[in-house]
Design a protein around this ligand. Sequence first.
Ligand SMILES: Cc1cc2nc3c(=O)[nH]c(=O)nc-3n(C[C@H](O)[C@H](O)[C@H](O)COP(=O)(O)OP(=O)(O)OC[C@H]3O[C@@H](n4cnc5c(N)ncnc54)[C@H](O)[C@@H]3O)c2cc1C
Length: 427
Amino acid sequence: MWDFSTDPEFQEKLDWMAAFVKEECEPLDRLYPGMGAPYDITNHKARALVRPLMEKVKAQALWACHLGPELGGQGYGQVKLALMNEILGRSQWAPIVFGTAAPDTGNAEIIAMFGTQAQKDRYLKPLLEGEIVSCYSMTEPQGGADPGQFQCRAVRDGDEWVITGEKWFSSNARYAEFLIVMCVTDPDVPIYRGASMFLVPRATPGVNILRNTGVFGEPESDYSHGYIRYEGVRVPADALLGGEGQGFAVAQARLGGGRVHHAMRTVGQCRMALEMLCERAVSRHTKGSALADKQLVQAYVADSWIELQQLRLQVMHTAWLIDQGHDYKSNQVPIAGIKVAMAKVMHDIVQRTIQVHGALGLSDEMPLAQMWIHAMMMGVVDGPTEVHKLTIAKHLLRNAKPAPGLFPSAHLPPRIAAAREKYAGRY
Ligand SMILES: Cc1cc2nc3c(=O)[nH]c(=O)nc-3n(C[C@H](O)[C@H](O)[C@H](O)COP(=O)(O)OP(=O)(O)OC[C@H]3O[C@@H](n4cnc5c(N)ncnc54)[C@H](O)[C@@H]3O)c2cc1C
């Protein structure tokens, strides 16, 4: 059965969320617009505003819904989570308010999956409560998309591991209570078997944030992507998350669901852009009529709606596939597909929306330039577009067979001859 309906009980929850995000979360985006601002637990004024909102979300049983009931969530499948994330995507602060902000969601999931009881007690509990935030520290300055370039090493020394190396674009490191650091533990085997994950409290001596990098011209005080030098950082043997050499197996587990949530938040952003595009089209007049009356502008609207609809269905279908009991690995291709599509669709819709807003669209008086940069980010974070396209292409090409002879199997002359022979005397 193909079924595109949402059950009415869950729709009521979505309606509550939509109103709550608009009225309570979107104003926070205006007060604290920095990309890292929702994670700044040292901003006591902002935290005082957010805490009661978190309580309201918990009272609605909508807190951290990606988690199973044993961890205080609802155990919702990916389809429900996708519909929720479409709403959360409208506000930068909403994911924090609903306990579903990346990278904390993925970090919590891998601690829940691979962590020891002691690790769960120390890190998972306060993370799930929203009392602390965390950082995922993997990319290095000399190589992000190619893990084969990673150099940050962890070397065993008695009961301890000693971490030495540099990490780059470790988001929210400055606010994080702890970092999950990917390190090379065996340089003599391929990186996919020679890397391990470590749980490192940020206060550990030797965790030195050289500087924080900002994006899209945000003020320096908001810069939140840490360039970190780990200088002989000593952690106990039990700081290892998962087994030695399992770093990439652990990393894969955190990306599947996260990409679906990211994609659906992007759908939410695209929907906002389309709303702005339509409003502008019917508001602005030039050469004797509204922009909405110009056919070129009508094409912008139609193209944007079509692309948004295609993306939304593609994401929902991927979420559905995962819910059918197939794991993330067997859905690698659809997940890569939405990762690529979301960056392109958001780029194109936001670009048209900026265009019809003219100078205003480019100005800091509209959120559009920031949204456009976000679209660019989508094409880089969690692996660049090109790498995901390679995944898709490799899969398709692996299943393709060479033509049986000189000409392609779709070559018409032999097909016509075969058809004539099949229906000889009857056509
Ligand atoms: C806002 C933001 C937040 C981030 N947060 C985190 C974080 O919290 N933790 C973390 O560890 N990292 C984080 N990153 C880093 C991110 O994961 C990397 O930027 C990404 O993996 C790409 O690595 P790179 O920047 O080193 O680019 P490179 O690996 O140098 O790639 C540069 C470009 O080369 C091209 N390219 C690369 N590989 C191929 C290929 N195989 N075929 C064809 N072309 C290719 C692509 O155009 C690519 O964009 C963040 C990045 C951004 C922008």
